[in-house]
Design a binder for this molecule. Structure first.
Ligand SMILES: NC(=O)c1ccc[n+]([C@@H]2O[C@H](COP(=O)([O-])OP(=O)(O)OC[C@H]3O[C@@H](n4cnc5c(N)ncnc54)[C@H](O)[C@@H]3O)[C@@H](O)[C@H]2O)c1
Length: 257
């Protein structure tokens, strides 16, 4: 793809974005920031009420928004959701692959049920959404995909064997999709946050584990969802047209130690 001048304020005006996990936390923050930057949106979540709530929070933005209930681990759901999003918005320029689950247990006790559920949503689900949306992007001449990985894709964290394996897989998937789809003008990148204050981490990072981790974080604080949304914004804007297969780490320095 030729170089083209881009909007230096990362405007998404005239673009459409599909955000999975848009009912909560990082997905909600990313959807809302993208709405403020001018994108029309498909808000996708297994929890329909939560996606509707996100839509309600954006009521004053003046954007076109469609809320779609979908379990990203279910292929039929993903096929239908993708078709419905295209029918509502015309095309999908940006995919934010954010839906995820975090079940923690020590490796010697982790059940296979938890392992399978984690992989089904975090890795297989992310691939299925990327595949169905990617086919449309190939047909329309390009697009952007941002996969939500984690610092846990890069370093060990106590009790995170299934989660970290799913997120390390997400980075392998990101590089491979980026390589295969560069010829179709689709850029595929990942973001890897540290602990960001959301409902997921309020459940999982508690007590002494939380305090101990905070002490080991060079920045000395957890992140805000908007700090991850801003990274996803850069990777979804034309400013990053030459960036593909990258993993943008947003971790206050945790993984450089
Ligand atoms: N919050 C963090 O500290 C952090 C750090 C690193 C990575 N991440 C990743 O960012 C993403 C979002 O995390 P969050 O903290 O916002 O979590 P969250 O629990 O607040 O939100 C996750 C959303 O995904 C939805 N979801 C769950 N399973 C689904 C399914 N099968 N199909 C469709 N939707 C489903 C949930 O309903 C929820 O709305 C996840 O992939 C997570 O692993 C989060």
């Amino acid at each position: 793809m030729e170089y083209k001048d881009f909007d230096e304020s990362f405007s998404l005006a005239g673009k459409t974005a599909l955000v999975t996990g848009a009912g909560s936390g990082l997905g909600r923050a990313t959807a809302m920031m993208f709405g403020r930057k001018g994108a029309d949106l498909a808000l996708v979540d297994i929890n329909a009420a939560a996606a509707n709530e996100t839509s309600g929070l954006m009521a004053s933005y003046g954007r076109k928004i469609v809320c779609l209930q979908c379990d990203v681990a279910n292929e039929e759901d993903v096929e239908k959701m993708t078709a419905d999003a295209v029918a509502a918005l015309g095309r999908i320029d940006i995919l934010i692959n954010c839906a995820g689950v975090g079940f923690l247990d020590d490796a010697e006790n982790l059940s296979m049920e938890i392992w399978d559920k984690t992989m089904a949503v975090n890795l297989r689900g992310a691939f299925m959404v990327a595949q169905k949306v990617g086919r449309r992007m190939i047909g329309q001449g390009g697009g952007k995909i941002v996969n939500f990985a984690s610092q846990g894709a890069l370093v060990a964290l106590d009790n995170h064997s299934a989660y970290n394996a799913s997120k390390a897989g997400m980075l392998g998937l990101t590089r491979t999709l980026a390589y295969e789809w560069a010829r179709f003008n689709i850029q595929v990148n990942a973001v890897s946050p540290t602990v960001i204050v959301t409902e997921l981490t309020d459940r999982t990072w508690v007590g002494e584990t939380r305090e101990k981790f905070l002490r080991s974080l060079p920045a000395g604080r957890f992140g805000h969802p908007n700090e991850v949304a801003a990274a996803a914004l850069y990777l979804s804007s034309d400013a990053s047209n030459l960036v593909t297969g990258a993993n943008l780490v947003i971790d206050g320095g945790y993984t450089i130690q």
